[in-house]
Design a binder for this molecule. Structure first.
Ligand SMILES: Cc1cc2nc3c(=O)[nH]c(=O)nc-3n(C[C@H](O)[C@H](O)[C@H](O)COP(=O)(O)OP(=O)(O)OC[C@H]3O[C@@H](n4cnc5c(N)ncnc54)[C@H](O)[C@@H]3O)c2cc1C
Length: 551
């Protein structure tokens, strides 16, 4: 194996990366990037939808349904999401939404999603921008960039850990964060490997089951393996980092690697699952046809990662750090999607109950109230997580970690239950209603007009549309996929609970029970005396939460 040159060798380029805040002042090596990414990095005007579309026309090797995709931007299974991503860029240019989607600094505009969160207002700005996008497109998409970018901020919080291996790694992540702010590439997340037989270490099976480094050269590292990545086929770059493994074990050190992968790099293969768009008419499956975010098995067939893109390497401590902190920011945007899904379920169920006159039944009202409690539970966690936000080790403002991770468990673990309530409220007609073609065919139209017209306000066409919407939200293949996405896409449920375990303040309940039960000091040596609920304590402390401090 070639000996790894010190990563600092890669940092000699002279071009200046845009300065954004004291912690992120960098000069960086944009001159060493692949030509396509370099062009992107050198542009300084906020990106347009057309520039994004152009950026993914790079001849990448994409397959779906066993066939090569020649142009991802126009392929029917990918086009809807490419257009949504382009729309997000264009909204930053339109007068009506420019101030919501972007901000100005030093005379230039930047995407609000990429702004480093330093104040509570930054989180409210992000929440509003995401909401504006979802309302503009009329549905829920998650992996469009704002939900993944915060993973980089988590690694930046681990500067001390990275510095233990080589300070250049901390400089590399800071440079990449600055570049994302300056250039707004579509950034996705790559954690999950195929993994193979979990009872064996990777060396005792096909070693590529976990992505690993096979070679080090003067130019960078060469990696092999594969990652599951939603949206990778139409994105610009991925933050690739290790999946869950036993990071205390040196046998994993070739696998303890994190880097930014330019998705136009040679030797990448994008093997996508089949898309939902185009399988059936959009009138019958209005969500599947517009909002399906195609997932990719991204194969790294000896891909060169330049040193300036390497964020850590042979560093099990960094791997363990990023696994434990990965979603400290990005869970906010992820959980926010569940809020909108809840609104969609409430709207579909209430419209259905209202049009059929069932809204007046107390039992129906109670079910609707359960949906509202779920919705407001998520809202309360998001709102409180910002109100009681916490400083991060890297000088940013994290949503309150315990509240955010508890909100994620609430949002994801109760979703199937809420879908069940909404499905029950929408009734069996979402599953037995004929398709749009039957509503138009001369032989069947009069019968369907007759039986689907409820009253003067609810004619057959509106009822058909509502039932088609509810079916695609609750019953279709796409609905099942969406549920699994919310359950797994930001790590599996056991990892969500592990994050709660790590971040909840266990000492509070212990101290209260110790006092209430009259337990001795021996059960909790060195425990501080009871000093109130942590939220109340934070409110009245010398370092109050940002919301209070701002007044
Ligand atoms: C729609 C969708 C989109 C996705 N998008 C992305 C993406 O963009 N980027 C990305 O990196 N990943 C993505 N993923 C992958 C996702 O993160 C993984 O599915 C998840 O990490 C679980 O890995 P696995 O599927 O290999 O399940 P496994 O690791 O096989 O686990 C299966 C189940 O086994 C149990 N289990 C396994 N290990 C443990 C343990 N240590 N403790 C307790 N229980 C355990 C749990 O019940 C777990 O759910 C996506 C997944 C889905 C379904």
């Amino acid at each position: 194996m070639v000996h790894k040159p010190p990563p600092s060798k890669a940092s000699g380029a002279s071009d200046t990366i845009h300065h954004l805040g004291a912690g992120f002042r960098q000069t960086g090596p944009a001159g060493r990037f692949e030509p396509r990414l370099r062009r992107l990095l050198e542009s300084r005007v906020i990106r347009t939808g057309e520039q994004y579309r152009d950026s993914i026309r790079d001849g990448r090797e994409i397959y779906v349904n066993g066939e090569r995709v020649r142009d991802v931007g126009t392929h029917p299974m990918f086009k809807p999401l490419v257009e949504i991503r382009a729309r997000i860029h264009d909204m930053a240019h339109e007068a009506a939404t420019s101030d919501i989607m972007s901000y100005e600094e030093a005379g230039e505009r930047f995407a609000i999603a990429n702004r480093l969160p330093r104040r509570a207002e930054d989180w409210w700005d992000k929440r509003r921008a995401t909401d504006t996008v979802l309302e503009d497109i009329g549905g829920v998409v998650t992996r469009v960039g704002d939900e993944t970018v915060g993973e980089m901020w988590s690694l930046h919080d681990g500067q001390d850990v990275l510095n233990e291996a080589d300070p250049q790694y901390a400089r590399n992540i800071a440079a990449h964060i600055s570049r994302v702010i300056a250039n707004d590439p579509f950034h996705v997340s790559a954690n999950t490997d195929p993994k193979g037989d979990r009872s064996k270490p990777p060396q005792e099976q096909d070693p590529d089951m976990l992505l690993h480094v096979v070679k080090e050269t003067d130019a960078g590292i060469v990696v092999r393996g594969a990652k599951y990545e939603t949206a990778a086929a139409y994105a610009n770059q991925a933050f690739v980092k290790p999946t869950i493994a036993n990071w205390g074990n040196d046998a994993y050190s070739d696998y303890a690697v994190g880097f930014i992968c330019d998705l136009s790099s040679p030797n990448l293969k994008f093997i996508c699952r089949t898309g939902f768009a185009g399988r059936a008419p959009a009138e019958d499956y209005p969500l599947a046809n517009r909002f399906d975010e195609v997932d990719t098995l991204l194969v790294f067939d000896n891909v060169l990662i330049p040193w300036e893109n390497v964020l850590f390497h042979r560093h099990t401590k960094a791997a363990a750090f990023i696994r434990a902190t990965l979603h400290r920011y990005s869970a906010f945007a992820f959980v926010q999607r569940n809020l909108k899904l809840a609104d969609m379920m409430i709207g579909a169920a209430l419209f259905n109950a209202r049009q059929t006159g069932l809204e007046r039944e107390q039992a129906v009202q109670e079910k609707l109230a359960r949906l509202a409690v779920y919705r407001e539970g998520i809202n309360a966690h998001l709102t409180a997580a910002v109100t009681l936000a916490e400083p991060s080790p890297g000088g940013l403002l994290m949503p309150n970690q315990s509240l955010l991770y508890c909100g994620r468990v609430l949002a994801c673990s109760e979703l199937h239950h809420m879908m069940h309530i909404a499905r029950e409220l929408c009734g069996g007609q979402i599953c037995v209603t004929p398709d749009k073609a039957a509503f138009e065919a001369p032989e069947t139209r009069p019968w369907l007009e007759k039986f689907y017209t409820v009253n003067a306000n609810w004619t057959a066409e509106d009822r058909r549309r509502l039932l088609a919407f509810a079916r695609d939200l609750l019953n279709s293949d796409y609905a099942g996929h969406r549920l699994t996405f919310q359950l797994f896409a930001q790590s599996p449920p056991f990892a969500h609970l592990a994050a709660v375990w790590r971040n909840f303040g266990w000492d509070g309940p212990l101290a209260f029970v110790r006092k209430s039960a009259g337990l001795s000091d021996r059960v909790m040596p060195g425990a501080a005396p009871l000093a109130g609920d942590p939220a109340v304590r934070q409110w009245f402390s010398a370092n109050p939460p940002p919301h209070k401090a701002a007044r």
